[in-house]
Design a protein around this ligand. Structure first.
Ligand SMILES: Cc1cc2nc3c(=O)[nH]c(=O)nc-3n(C[C@H](O)[C@H](O)[C@H](O)COP(=O)(O)O)c2cc1C
Length: 186
């Protein structure tokens, strides 16, 4: 098995992090990998915001939890009410992936960029977790102040977040793959 396939198979969502910040050189390689994702018509309709300000990460955590509490989704409401639940799992770096709907495929392109960054992180031995819950805040009115504070360019909408940091605990085994998800027509 080659190194790329090993990285793909070894990647797991990491939810416990050491407090130490990742190196600038590592961050650059991760971001660079996101920038080289494929995109429909090569529009590259993404913008990445790297947040390493712990005070801002905490405020985002609290406000995302608040927006989830009124979401009407019982599972998510119970989850964020759990003692100590942290949206970004206390990661020292959070990347917000925003997209512009000038491209019809911006969400798909931004998802491809997100996965590239998760795989790049794994290849460097860095833990990462895709944080879709961030979207609950960015769908609300409250998000405008954050969009301004984070200098997200006009016309771009935050879609996903990535929690990033050195892994703290041993990585759990991958969840079972669902059966019957592939057909071959020859
Ligand atoms: C679109 C998307 C959104 C996700 N959102 C969250 C999230 O908000 N919080 C979280 O802890 N994990 C989140 N995950 C991670 C999934 O829970 C995880 O990928 C899944 O359980 C499979 O585990 P694995 O990544 O270790 O293979 C998300 C994954 C995807 C693809």
């Amino acid at each position: 098995m080659n190194e790329t396939i090993k990285t793909i198979l070894n990647r797991r969502s990491i939810r416990t992090f050491l407090p130490d910040q990742i190196k600038e050189s590592e961050l650059k390689e991760i971001i660079g990998s996101g920038l080289y994702a494929p995109s429909a018509m090569n529009l590259q309709p993404w913008h990445f915001t790297v947040v390493q300000n712990s005070e801002l990460i905490e405020r985002l955590n609290e406000d995302i939890k608040l927006s989830l509490q009124g979401s009407g989704n019982k599972y998510l409401e119970a989850m964020v009410k759990r003692e100590g639940y942290h949206i970004f799992h206390h990661a020292p770096t959070v990347i917000i992936v925003s997209g512009t709907d000038k491209s019809n495929f911006y969400q798909t392109d931004c998802a491809a960029a997100t996965e590239n960054m998760l795989l790049a992180a794994e290849s460097l031995g860095i833990g990462a977790c895709w944080i879709g819950l961030a979207a609950f805040l960015f769908g609300s009115q409250d998000s405008q102040k954050y969009i301004k504070e984070m200098k997200i360019p006009a016309g771009f909408k935050p879609l996903y977040a990535i929690a990033l940091g050195y892994k703290k605990d041993n990585v759990a085994k991958p969840p079972q793959r669902r059966e019957g998800t592939v057909d071959y027509i020859k």
